[in-house]
Design a protein around this ligand. Structure first.
Ligand SMILES: Cc1ncc(COP(=O)(O)O)c(C=O)c1O
Length: 374
């Protein structure tokens, strides 16, 4: 019940990666045949990943994670455009890998406007338009929220950014492989992807950068990835990521049909438990995330109870230095601090079985009965 956190690597992905650990071990920068072989594998992977989001290969660079892609997009645009302006617009419900870099930029001479969301977690495109100023250089809004699954109106926001000549970055770490992505239709200039959310290996991400958009790199060195990400290229990981995209491309429709039904049952089953409240938009949501806040238990105790019963799930709240903080996403949709500490995110994926859905509903009902008596 925690696929949104990370996924197992698909056996077909492992098979595609294996030769690149032991036989095809070249460095993409080497001039010999092993290097050439690695370069070919890298460029083939780039083509696959690019075509998955309807981009051209020169517009995709590989990174080490979605966190790195988000940092590169936000800081890279900020530093290459600071002569033009120092204002950035983002939302209150972004992943910390966007919020923390923009906060860091605030401490380094930039200004940031944080757009609120409504009770379903939706950003209103007119709020984005209202926040854009003459010195705005970047808008960064996520495609789908990782805690509550709400799908944001990306096309409309992108159209607004285009009209105002402002770069538009989208964190699509949770939506790639679950929703069709077309960077032109979505009017985005930069888009973040992650491999380990779609049955690829951990430690690999990508950033789409529209041709002609200039960004400063975070890592300087050997000039890999068009000079935007120096580091010896993680060929096995990238080959695995491309294979994961290929599988997602070929199986998405069928897989999502199945997951949509399972998620509907999960949402209905949990919502029937007294004191369980759905969070996120009731319809405009990822077909793989069922999220709630619970009246009868806080997140910390809930995780303990679920863990005891062999269920991996996630609370909305972040744990920093052992202290459970209320989720910034749940606070942004209007919950109070206590409620925002009682989030539950159940996320399903490729190997979730109907029996597991029934099991988690029953376990939650049992936990409710136990705590109702307390
Ligand atoms: C929306 C979103 N953005 C970024 C990330 C960070 O991804 P990674 O683990 O690849 O750094 C996550 C991971 O949970 C996420 O859900």
């Amino acid at each position: 019940m925690d696929y949104a956190s990370t996924t197992p690597v698909d056996p077909r992905v492992i098979k595609a990666m294996l030769p690149y650990f032991s036989e095809k071990i070249g460095n993409t920068m080497s001039p010999h045949v092993w290097g050439l072989e690695a370069r070919e594998a890298l460029e083939n992977a780039r083509e696959v990943v690019a075509s998955f989001i309807k981009a051209s290969p020169v517009e995709v660079i590989f990174t080490g994670s979605a966190t790195e892609s988000n940092n590169l997009a936000v800081k890279g645009i900020a530093f290459s455009n600071r002569a033009r302006g120092r204002h950035i617009v983002t939302s209150k419900i972004e992943h910390l890998s966007v919020l923390d870099p923009v906060k860091w930029l605030e401490r380094n001479g930039f200004e940031v406007t944080y757009i609120p969301v409504n009770e379903d977690g939706l950003v209103d495109p007119s709020d984005v338009e209202g926040a854009i100023r003459k010195d705005t250089i970047l808008v960064s809004i996520m495609h789908t929220n990782n805690e509550i699954g709400t799908i944001e109106p990306i096309e409309e926001i992108g159209e607004i950014c285009r009209r105002h000549g402002v770069y538009f970055h989208v964190d699509a770490a949770q939506s790639v492989g679950k929703l069709p992505i077309d960077v032109d239709k979505m009017n985005v200039d930069l888009l973040t992807m992650s491999s380990h959310k779609i049955y690829g290996p951990k430690g690999v991400g990508a950033l789409y950068i529209r041709e002609g958009v200039r960004i400063e790199p975070l890592l300087h060195g050997g000039g890999h990835e068009y000079g935007l990400r120096s580091s010896t290229v993680n060929v096995p990981g990238i080959v695995g990521f491309a294979k994961a995209c290929e599988i997602a491309r070929d199986s998405m429709d069928e897989e999502l049909g199945r997951l949509r039904k399972l998620c509907k049952r999960l949402i209905e089953g949990v919502a029937e438990i007294e004191g369980a409240h759905l969070t996120g938009h009731p319809e405009r949501r990822l077909p793989t995330i069922a999220s709630f806040w619970l009246e009868f238990i806080d997140g910390e105790r809930l995780m303990f109870e679920l863990n005891e019963r062999g269920i991996a799930a996630s609370t909305g709240s972040a744990c920093s230095s052992g202290k459970i903080e209320p989720s910034h996403v749940l606070l942004a949709i209007g919950l109070n601090e206590r409620q925002a500490r009682s989030g539950l995110r159940l996320s399903i994926g490729r190997w979730t079985k109907p029996s597991e859905i029934e099991c988690v509903i029953n376990v939650l009902a049992e936990i409710r009965r136990k705590y109702a008596r307390c």
